[in-house]
Write a protein that binds this ligand. Structure first.
Ligand SMILES: Cc1cc2nc3c(=O)[nH]c(=O)nc-3n(C[C@H](O)[C@H](O)[C@H](O)COP(=O)(O)O)c2cc1C
Length: 357
């Protein structure tokens, strides 16, 4: 097992371990990939206005989400076909997050399936569902998820149809989620509406997360309908192309939600400093999808634990240097927007890799 001391080393190892098809499936986006790059450009554009001479001798970065402790304000988002990146699939992530102390949102399109995983590695865990059947089918899955011990249910709303991911198409690479789209299964996903949300809220007590919120209007509607967590996401730039950077959507959503429910965000967050920027802008926790997959691709469960440890170090170091000893100290006045230094790419958070390190 390699002795990783930086996230850059982990990402470099993942690149070495993955063949071109799997690499492109992981790092790619849809169409022109501008939403993908914009996510990263947005994160790069926010810079710190640090405060000095504050006691940061004991930085605290732990929090809770839906009553579950998070050692750092980070969640592992759903990654379809995660078994492509780690032999143990979702189980590798499940064990790593339990060892470290954050939450996993399990994708409905990966191995092992949600019930096998729950038996193998009991939760807490959140289950993310793509609808591939009618309302009775969905109800049955939710009942089974509750019975299997899932403590939250996540509906991904930015995938009402499967996007065109040209890296995959041009190589004839078809991931598990894409296969389902090709078989016509996505019609149920396309029929999903706010009535689906109302139905779930009316029938089930399990906390509901709506993932894929991209504007204040939808955020407000989520809260009005009793949704328990608003999750700002553009699917890592893999669904609708030409969207705003998720970090730039965050302030208006945080304002619309007004502290009534937690706000999650993902899209382009790869480093501890990135997480701290999102927290300054009002996120309660940050999803890091590609980092999760890159870490398990680099070395499975143990490397994801190492990645989370390095991330914790980065988060606490950034907080201390910005003059914030607690998460409450992370406020919007600690950040401002500047012109990014270089064109964004999915790996521009790791510039040393390009320099041959
Ligand atoms: C390989 C891959 C597979 C994904 N599969 C799913 C999925 O099954 N369900 C889902 O809601 N989101 C899925 N996503 C989106 C992630 O949950 C998350 O929103 C995204 O990765 C965040 O952007 P980031 O990778 O820049 O952190 C996937 C993302 C990637 C990279």
């Amino acid at each position: 097992m390699a002795d990783f001391l930086t996230l850059s080393e982990i990402v470099k190892q993942a690149r070495g371990n993955l063949d071109q098809g799997d690499w492109d499936y992981l790092v790619g986006g849809s169409d022109t990939e501008s939403a993908l790059r914009r996510n990263r450009a947005g994160v790069d554009a926010w810079v710190f206005k640090p405060r000095i001479l504050r006691d940061v001798s004991d930085v605290k970065a732990s929090t809770t989400l839906l009553g579950h402790p998070l050692r750092i304000p980070v969640v592992m988002p759903p990654i379809g076909s995660i078994q492509v990146f780690a032999q143990a699939g979702g189980a590798a992530v499940a064990r790593a997050v339990q060892t470290f102390g954050v939450l996993q949102i399990l994708s409905s399109v990966c191995d092992p399936d949600f019930e096998s995983l729950a038996a193998e590695v009991p939760g807490p865990r959140i289950y993310q569902l793509y609808l591939t059947g009618d309302e009775a089918w969905m109800d049955n899955i939710i009942e089974r998820a509750i019975a299997a011990g899932y403590s939250g249910f996540c509906l991904t709303a930015d995938t009402q149809t499967y996007s065109r991911r040209e890296r995959d198409i041009m190589k004839r690479y078809i991931p598990m989620s894409g296969r389902r789209a090709g078989s016509g299964d996505f019609i149920a996903q396309a029929r999903m509406t706010w009535d689906t949300v109302a139905h779930i809220k009316e029938k089930f007590a399990i906390p509901l997360i709506i993932k894929g919120v991209a504007c204040k209007e939808d955020a407000r509607q989520c809260v009005e309908m009793g949704v328990d967590v608003v999750y700002v996401s553009n699917h890592g730039g893999r669904q609708l192309d030409h969207t705003r950077a998720c970090i730039d959507v965050l302030p208006e959503v945080v304002d619309a939600v007004g502290g009534r429910v937690p706000v999650l965000v993902d899209g382009g967050f790869m480093r501890g400093a990135d997480v701290v920027k999102a927290l300054c802008l009002g996120a309660d926790a940050v999803g890091m999808g590609r980092l999760e997959a890159l870490a398990v691709a680099a070395g499975g469960e143990q490397t994801l634990v190492t990645a989370l440890e390095i991330l914790e170090h980065e988060i606490k170091t950034t907080m201390a240097l910005a003059g914030a000893g607690t998460l409450e100290d992370l406020t919007p006045d600690l950040v401002t927007r500047e012109q990014p230094l270089h064109p964004a790419s999915v790996l521009s958070a790791f510039p040393l890799i390009d320099e041959g390190y």
